[in-house]
Design a protein around this ligand. Sequence first.
Ligand code: TYD
Ligand code: MG
Length: 451
Amino acid sequence: MAKAKSVFTCTECGGQSPKWQGQCPHCDAWNTMVESVAETGKAAGANRFSGLGGSGQVVTLSEVEAKDFPRMPTLIGEFDRVLGGGMVEGGVVLIGGDPGIGKSTLLLQAAARLAEQGTVLYVTGEESSQQVALRARRLEVNASKIRLLPEIELEKIQATIASIKPKVAVIDSIQTLYSSALTSAPGSVAQVRECAAQLTRVAKQSGTAIVFVGHVTKEGALAGPRVLEHMVDTVLYFEGDTHTSFRLIRAFKNRFGAVNEMGVFAMTEKGLREVTNPSALFLSHHRADVPGSCVMVTQEGTRPLLVELQALVDEAHSPQPRRLTVGLEQNRLAMLLAVLHRHAGIALFDQDVFVNAVGGVRIAEPGADLAVTLAIVSSLRNRALPAKHVVFGEVGLAGEVRPVQRGQERLREAAKLGFTHAIVPAANKPKQRIDGLEVIAVDRLSDAVDY
Ligand code: TYD
Ligand code: MG
């Protein structure tokens, strides 16, 4: 028998090359070629991009009927929020996350709710039917309407979808599937791409909504080809620290809804429970005011969220003082320390600075700047910020405090949670008074520090 020939496949675009190259000849990405088994037959490469357009006739855009997609709410409010209102007919959702974070748990809970509205097929490739049944019992979900299929062969799954025509199919997980048309092992770039492309096509043609569970690599990216994220309509990531019970789901891409929406859950012994008022979650409850703590209002999608930021400033014992952040961007901290020095006269070059966002939440927006700097100053001076104060605003390199989006909503959320004072950028000062909230508008970082 001839020796199986190996080819090199790009993990970004799926392009192939007979020899290893540092740069992919198809998409010019660097260091993405991995060895895989050469595929025979037409399947290889043919499905690199799964066009979903349909018949391929030229039409005038205005003649195309723009109808709303019918949605199936999962009736799990926080999940529906990230989905943009529920599952869409023919839509493909990819959910990634660390092992053990709760992907299978959430999908089983959602499947049970969806099964009340139509046929749901749950394809399990990772766990046996017994394991899924055990989980269903533990979650106390109504398992009588979920159709379960323990299968990893793509062709059999396609046939099952064609015969029972489910409204929703869950594939747990895409990395366990294999197509018999290819010879490479399940989980390989070629297999994942092929299975995802074929199932995406099935979804578009049959109107079945499909959810893929995806594994993530050590770095937190989805395992398999990057094209996976391009193929699907919605990409969700499960976040959260497995040491705490809180789990966040974020939408990174959504063709049917807003991105940056976030759903918050708590893992309990009966599965994932929604947290509808997450603001209270990310505040630690100090009995007395403590130095180095500052509460900010961030905006996640359409929802304002109160988060406590903590800073610790301590004398450095090495010539290289440490700058560490948890949940915030590290480079941004270095920049803020420089601004503090130049524009507020506060030098920290001989101090270690640690900043943490409470509750394991990640804040990417620059609206956290002002709160970070005030927390640092508070820790340095060992003086607590006054109680019931919230802070938000971006700090510029010139020492100015810049406005953030949706200031009004943030202020209202703070007032709702009982805060009495808000230190905000001057441009975010509301025109009308918000009941119970005194707004302190600042133009420059030094104004806020002085206050
Ligand atoms: P699981 O959904 O299997 O994770 P994934 O599919 O993302 O790998 O979740 C497994 C974890 O969740 C496991 O560590 C146990 C925990 N868990 C609970 O705490 N309560 C529950 O009701 C269930 C079903 C799981
Ligand atoms: Mg699982």
